[in-house]
Design a protein around this ligand. Structure first.
Ligand SMILES: N[C@@H](CCC(=O)N[C@@H](CS)C(=O)NCC(=O)O)C(=O)O
Ligand SMILES: *[C@@H]1O[C@H](CO)[C@@H](O)[C@H](O)[C@H]1NC(C)=O
Ligand SMILES: *[C@@H]1O[C@H](CO)[C@@H](O)[C@H](O)[C@H]1NC(C)=O
Length: 239
């Protein structure tokens, strides 16, 4: 008799506990829509802007709930809250906000600790690397200067890191690093696969910087497999 009452009382407590645990978790967790992997709807995809936002949430220890979006088949609810149809989008209050720059700015205000603010004189460090990488990746003409243009940007980063590193703003990781990390990963994976090209060994500070970024917990937890990065670039490289 006693043990029966005891156990039903415990079950009730357990149910109440889970109810409050999950309902409060649901209320606290930020909803974020990010790219699903190409060919795998339930796997986190390769969008560098999405990963940047996820890394920011991880670094700031903000609980979040992901919605994986198949960008070739965007769900109706997603297009309703975000007519431009781009990821990432994050729900703040009852408003879905697009654009990783805007999202990261809001996150910094809402969750100031730890601060990830990059000093203004460093915010544009490395900002031309991604576009130059894409041009070189798509280039079919080895004398069009696209490789040289990318090298120029990487050498500028090398020089900066040598003077200020190991991160762009010194000892601590800041927003600009979280923006660059996924882009440098795309650069590594795609250029190696499609062009057998790797960052020159003499850019030692860039190599160290990449290692530092790729070994952060926030990066490992939010990165996608190389095959999904390759699958994403394939139609752009060989249209
Ligand atoms: N400026 C935007 C760029 C976002 C973006 O280009 N996202 C891509 C995926 S990485 C996208 O959603 N593309 C799908 C589309 O344009 O339909 C940001 O920083 O968030
Ligand atoms: C994404 O949508 C496209 C277009 O409807 C579909 O062909 C593809 O199978 C979907 N991908 C996944 C992984 O569900
Ligand atoms: C490659 O680019 C160079 C420099 O722009 C140009 O002179 C050359 O004709 C191009 N070659 C091909 C095959 O398009």
């Amino acid at each position: 008799m006693f043990s029966q009452n005891y156990s039903s009382c415990c079950s009730l407590l357990l149910i109440l506990f889970f109810f409050f645990f999950f309902s409060s978790f649901g209320a606290l967790a930020l909803e974020v829509a990010v790219k699903a992997a190409v060919g795998a709807p339930n796997v986190l995809g390769d969008c560098p802007f999405s990963q940047r936002v996820l890394m920011t949430l991880e670094e700031k220890n903000v609980p979040y709930q992901m919605h994986l979006i198949n960008l070739s088949h965007k769900p109706k609810w997603f297009l309703q809250v975000n007519p431009q149809g781009k990821v990432p989008v994050v729900k703040f209050g009852n408003k879905w906000v697009p654009d990783s720059d805007v999202i990261v700015g809001i996150l910094e205000k809402k969750y100031p600790k730890p601060s990830l603010t990059t000093p203004p004189q460093f915010t544009s460090v490395g900002s031309n690397i991604f576009s130059n990488f894409v041009t070189f990746l798509k280039s079919k003409n080895s004398s069009d200067g696209s490789e040289q243009a990318l090298l120029t940007e990487l050498k500028a980063l090398e020089k900066h890191l040598k003077a200020h590193g190991p991160y762009v703003a010194g000892k601590k990781v800041t927003a600009v690093d979280l923006s660059l990390a996924p882009k440098l990963f795309h650069l590594d994976v795609a250029l190696e696969y499609f062009k057998k090209w790797t960052v020159p060994a003499e850019l030692t500070n860039v190599l160290k910087y990449k290692k530092l970024l790729f070994s952060r917990k926030s990066f490992k937890k939010t990165k996608t497999a190389r095959k999904y990065i390759i699958a994403s670039w394939e139609p752009k490289v060989n249209p």
